[in-house]
Design a binder for this molecule. Structure first.
Ligand SMILES: *[C@@H]1O[C@H](CO)[C@@H](O)[C@H](O)[C@H]1NC(C)=O
Ligand SMILES: *[C@@H]1O[C@H](CO)[C@@H](O)[C@H](O)[C@H]1NC(C)=O
Ligand SMILES: *[C@@H]1O[C@H](CO)[C@@H](O)[C@H](O)[C@H]1NC(C)=O
Ligand SMILES: *[C@@H]1O[C@H](CO)[C@@H](O)[C@H](O)[C@H]1NC(C)=O
Ligand SMILES: *[C@@H]1O[C@H](CO)[C@@H](O)[C@H](O)[C@H]1NC(C)=O
Ligand SMILES: *[C@@H]1O[C@H](CO)[C@@H](O)[C@H](O)[C@H]1NC(C)=O
Ligand SMILES: *[C@@H]1O[C@H](CO)[C@@H](O)[C@H](O)[C@H]1NC(C)=O
Ligand SMILES: *[C@@H]1O[C@H](CO)[C@@H](O)[C@H](O)[C@H]1NC(C)=O
Length: 401
């Protein structure tokens, strides 16, 4: 979830970033080590040191958009040991040799935004450019692009054998317009497209992950009406043929899509390609954003990034919240509960909502994904990071490749 530091305009779409981490790792069988050792890349944060601060800064200094550093920790300290342990249980997840490596960067263009998807047959990772950021020039004027990297190259950078990975443009055909979210689906990749202007409707696109990267639109309307700007997409293991997705307001909030006063409220949907049926599964959200399921599919997690209003700033009184829902036998979402309210850092929280630890990248993170073998790829707008040596194999229930 993207409520980390950065300007309002770079905090736009935001995502499911912490969800795969949490549920992939933590709802599984995790035995917490008694005396796990601290890797060189990690530091322990004593939460007691945060309970009473000498000065609690005013909102003009400390707010949803600011970086919060625990007392006595400089930002240099924070990045030199980027794995921050808030609870001993995090150590077991980290393992003894975890590391974080910057593998690609761009000057200003937010090329590494969201939709991080691992495609195991080629061991490549796909991701998308920010579809609405001014520094990308995308949105109304041009579509965001899909790019990919090779994890073998990422490993070479982590080993110090290379300085960065090759970032390769994926020419989807026909083009996926303003892609924002994606996941593996039946051997291919399904993308949410945010649409463009009044005339190009948001849509779900299926893309072949191999050349010629041919695409097929799956759905682009709700009984004839345009949706707003599709954001994230996930597959529930209990309904592997269905596609769940969120529709949010970031197209309108970044001036490239109409407002919902003329379209439809922001909601969460289920689409069944076999029948063509589309239905709403949750409507009680301000700006539905990231979406994922527990490994057994019985619980849905939806982030609501209501507080982040794109080009229109931040409203801290609105949600920056992860909700959980029961998934009913019919596949609808019921019994919403507040799972966590997210502080402006990327976080890792266990099923009862306890903060375990954080990975400090010092800037906005919109998305990440486990990529097998203790590896993880983190998209942080102008920077792309690779984690290896993660202790517990993080399985993302969405990865149905
Ligand atoms: C953990 O450390 C304590 C003392 O520091 C020791 O008594 C205990 O056996 C250790 N536990 C494990 C699982 O190594
Ligand atoms: C939030 O804090 C930052 C400093 O961290 C400051 O620049 C910004 O103006 C503050 N925002 C508001 C709305 O006060
Ligand atoms: C620790 O990680 C580094 C970097 O990936 C790797 O070269 C090294 O072999 C690992 N060491 C152990 C003991 O796994
Ligand atoms: C779109 O293009 C117009 C005209 O070139 C320019 O003024 C505007 O800033 C561009 N918008 C974005 C988001 O890049
Ligand atoms: C190192 O980088 C170069 C240039 O980007 C690339 O061609 C080469 O395959 C990389 N080597 C490895 C081992 O990843
Ligand atoms: C891409 O083309 C192949 C060969 O025609 C086809 O089997 C596949 O379904 C297509 N994929 C998409 C997403 O259109
Ligand atoms: C912030 O959100 C609250 C709750 O929706 C609303 O009452 C208030 O007008 C908003 N403030 C601004 C400045 O948009
Ligand atoms: C829904 O979830 C709650 C916990 O959040 C659980 O107590 C309850 O039994 C669940 N209800 C159903 C119908 O599964």
């Amino acid at each position: 979830m993207d409520v980390s530091p950065g300007s309002a305009t770079t905090q736009n779409h935001t995502a499911a970033m912490l969800l795969p981490l949490l549920f992939g790792s933590l709802l599984g069988e995790v035995a917490f080590a008694q005396n796990a050792s601290l890797p060189d890349s990690a530091q322990v944060i004593d939460q007691k040191s945060l309970a009473v601060l000498e000065t609690v800064d005013p909102p003009s200094v400390q707010n949803l958009s600011s970086v919060f550093l625990p007392p006595g920790i400089t930002s240099q300290d924070a990045s030199s040991k980027p794995f921050h342990v808030y609870d001993e249980a995090f150590l077991e997840l980290l393992g003894s040799n975890v590391s974080l490596t910057l593998i690609a960067s761009s000057a200003k263009d937010p090329l590494f935004h969201e939709a991080v998807v691992w495609y195991p047959p080629t061991d490549e990772v796909f991701f998308v450019q920010n579809a609405g950021a001014k520094d990308a020039g995308t949105g109304l004027n041009k579509s965001s692009i899909i790019q990919k990297i090779s994890l073998a190259q990422a490993e070479a950078v982590a080993q110090g054998l290379n300085s960065s990975v090759d970032v390769i443009v994926v020419n989807s055909t026909p083009t996926v317009i303003n892609p924002n979210g994606a996941t593996n689906y039946q051997g291919q990749i399904v993308y949410t497209g945010e649409g463009q202007g009044d005339d190009i409707a948001p849509a779900l696109f299926l893309m072949n992950p191999l050349e010629p990267y041919n695409t097929t639109q799956l759905v682009n309307n709700y009984y004839g009406r345009q949706l707003n700007s599709l954001n994230d997409v996930a597959i529930n293991p209990l309904f592997p043929n269905a596609i769940y997705f969120t529709d949010s307001l970031y197209g309108a909030l970044q001036d490239f899509r109409p407002w919902p006063t003329t379209t439809i409220p922001p909601m969460v949907y289920r689409f069944d390609p076999s029948t063509g049926a589309i239905r709403v599964v949750a409507a009680d959200l301000n700006k539905p954003n990231g979406l994922t399921f527990s490994p057994d599919g019985s619980v849905a997690y939806v982030t609501d990034t209501g507080a982040l209003e794109g080009f229109y700033g931040v409203n801290a009184s609105l949600p920056a919240t992860i909700y959980s829902y029961n998934v009913t036998a019919a596949g609808n979402f019921a019994n919403r509960q507040t799972f966590a309210y997210v502080s402006p850092w990327r976080a890792c929280i266990e099923p009862d909502g306890v903060l375990l630890g954080k990975i400090w990248v010092g800037s906005t993170v919109a998305n990440f994904r486990f990529t097998g073998k203790g590896r993880m790829v983190i998209a942080a707008e102008t920077k792309l990071y690779y984690v290896n040596g993660w202790g517990v194999e993080g399985g993302d229930p969405q990865d149905q490749y």
